[in-house]
Design a protein around this ligand. Structure first.
Ligand code: CO8
Length: 263
């Protein structure tokens, strides 16, 4: 594979399962998202998901911008027929939904439009105090198109989602945390360390449990409660077929540290 043009890829962490770091790196456009970048992001995510040494993935941007949205230069010339026939964005934008390992968004600066939507497609957001979240599409004569009208109300409720989507108001990190969009709010200087700490906490766990737990929590946003509960129960039962369940519980009872094999 040729080296990516718009991403920096790295492997970090002190846990038994390492963390794949994906840094969006298109600084001249504040990490505006285009097909080339999203193709590279999709490929990097799939590679990390398949990598046996990786337990968690972090996506981050720069100090100034996680991502300032879809590339307006590209969209400006797009017509309705082009958007429909080219199925604008779905081709490569939602690869992240196929990723089974946890994906953390470490957000500093602008997370706007498609950038906010990308962060919301991650499993949890850790925000620097400099982070700004918004869906300003309305100002451009469009609407959010990568899940913003659906994931934002699930995260922050209808009132605040309507406020953001209809008035284009941007919210800061503190308001985003209060509203439930953000899992952790941290000083900008420690954003990457805090994201790594969270990733290490995941990388110390048995992978089969992590995959099942992520899958089950996502079900909570898909269907009726009864179906989600039944799904969770099956996954819960299945955990007793794993070697790591025997190891985790034996280690607890023997007052020693578990050594997980991810089997
Ligand atoms: N697209 C293309 N270029 C961008 C974008 C963008 N979204 N955002 C910033 N840039 C470029 C600027 O044009 C500028 O380039 P240049 O230096 O060549 O003029 C450079 O980045 C720096 O930007 P600014 O000079 O504007 O920096 P400021 O610090 O003054 O302002 C802001 C920062 C407030 C973030 C400002 O750049 C801004 O408002 N950007 C646009 C934000 C926006 O409207 N985002 C939503 C886009 S629409 C969208 O995301 C739709 C998603 C639908 C689904 C996905 C479809 C692909």
């Amino acid at each position: 594979d040729p080296a990516p043009q718009h991403l920096l890829l790295d492997r970090r962490g002190s846990a038994p399962l390492a963390t794949a770091w994906i840094t969006l790196n298109r600084p001249a456009a504040l990490n505006a998202l285009n097909d080339a970048l999203m193709d590279e992001l999709g490929a990097a995510l799939l590679q990390a998901d398949a990598d046996e040494g990786i337990g968690c993935i972090v996506i981050t941007g720069s100090e100034k911008a996680f991502a300032a949205g879809a590339d307006i230069g590209v969209m400006a010339g797009l017509g309705y027929a082009d958007a429909v026939r080219g199925d604008f964005i779905t081709r490569n934008w939602e690869t992240i939904r196929r990723i089974r390992k946890p994906v953390i968004a470490a957000v500093a600066g602008h997370a706007l439009g498609g950038g906010c939507e990308l962060a919301m497609m991650c499993d949890l957001i850790i925000a620097a105090d400099t982070a700004q979240f918004g869906q300003p599409e309305i100002k451009l004569g469009i609407i959010p198109g990568a899940g913003g009208t659906q994931r934002l109300p699930r995260a922050v409720g209808k009132a605040k989602a309507m406020d953001m989507v209809l008035t284009a108001r941007t919210i800061g990190a503190e308001e985003a945390e209060r509203a439930g969009l953000v899992a952790r709010l941290v000083p900008a200087a420690s954003l990457l360390d805090e994201a790594q700490k969270a990733a290490d906490a995941i990388g110390r766990q048995p992978l089969l449990s992590i995959l099942a737990a992520k899958d089950c929590v996502n079900r909570a946003f898909e269907g009726p409660l009864a179906e989600g509960i039944a799904y969770e129960r099956r996954q819960f039962h299945a955990m007793f077929a794993t070697e790591d369940q025997k190891e985790g519980m034996a280690a607890f009872l023997a007052k020693r540290k578990p050594v997980f094999k991810h089997r």
